[in-house]
Design a protein around this ligand. Sequence first.
Ligand SMILES: Nc1ncnc2c1ncn2[C@@H]1O[C@H](COP(=O)(O)OP(=O)(O)OP(=O)(O)O)[C@@H](O)[C@H]1O
Ligand SMILES: [Mg+2]
Length: 372
Amino acid sequence: MELINPFKPTAGMTPPVLMGRESVLEDFSDGLLEGPGAPGRLMRITGPRGSGKTVLLTELGEMALAKGWRVVNVVSDEDMCDSIVRQLRAPLRMKGVKVGVTLPVIAAELDAGLLSEDATFRELFERAVRKLTDSGAGLLITLDEAQNADRDAMGTIASCVQLMIRERQNVALVFAGITTGVLDLLNSKSLTFLRRAKSEELANIPINEVSRALKATIERSGLSIGDNALSAMAAATEGYAYLTQLVGYSVWRTARRHADVSLQINEDDVERGIAAARKEYGSAVLDTALADLTLPAVEYLFAMCEDAGASATGKVAERMGRSTADANSYRRILIARQIIESTATGYVAFSLPYMREHLIANRGRIFARYGL
Ligand SMILES: Nc1ncnc2c1ncn2[C@@H]1O[C@H](COP(=O)(O)OP(=O)(O)OP(=O)(O)O)[C@@H](O)[C@H]1O
Ligand SMILES: [Mg+2]
């Protein structure tokens, strides 16, 4: 059997085993079955960078496709309404459609030709949804990077979806984004409808589940692993989706080198693989997150490092020798940059695993950037 690294440490790439998402998938699948107005048909997915939001949107899209629904994926950096219209007007692509595509869906193809070019977004959207519903299918819109979404476009889409739900048509909307940014978005006055969306916050994946998935993935790829090596590997991921793939990838690659002698991943492979994964993670993710911060923002982060868990914002200000108001302005910047998050009123914590360790280990190098 040819040995091919099965792990996918790349943004947006579906992992070999989707870990820890059973309940979200179930909520959504129930939503599809339950009919118009079901809570699972309006969902918001939030979590920090690399927690698996995009991958989850893809998975929900596949579920909808399998039920014969039409799926339209949009990202906030394009003109969202325009993108939806273009996708609805395009002929249904069969590529990527895996299971159970039924004939009515194809028959329900939006005959956009009958609608004039200047038909409004609302007209096109409603027409598509009604046609799909009439044929026993429905329309799912997935919207990624929602924290950057244009408020007006979001409002237009939300109001069309709301209207269609009221008409008992088959429509679903799932939007995903960084937690704080999405909460900000929902505070816009015109978007109150979206606050009803079922919230799925992508918390860390339980380590025993990571462990099971790593083992299954490794064994399917033709290698094997003992219990101690496996538990060290799983623990190093901290249950953070991106690290499950990066650690998996690096450990697998280390073990691959001795595949002619042994197909078993040993503890030494794990140790070296984890070290390589941490290094890559440090430069690709953590350093990138820290780039172009002002000196006081960096000082804020180092002031947080003194706490093992969440930090009290008052304490941080004190350590920095600044007023609370002054420190709060840096806190806001750091939250907006998704480096830290508020865990309770007056408390903050790092959003990404190993940030504290990274800061401490690279203190000299980081301050050197500011001539210190
Ligand atoms: N449920 C999961 N189980 C295992 N690995 C996962 C899971 N979800 C995502 N991953 C892996 O984590 C990495 C990041 O996933 P993804 O790009 O979906 O994150 P994201 O939350 O969209 O990040 P960003 O905020 O940067 O867009 C990818 O390598 C992906 O394969
Ligand atoms: Mg993403």
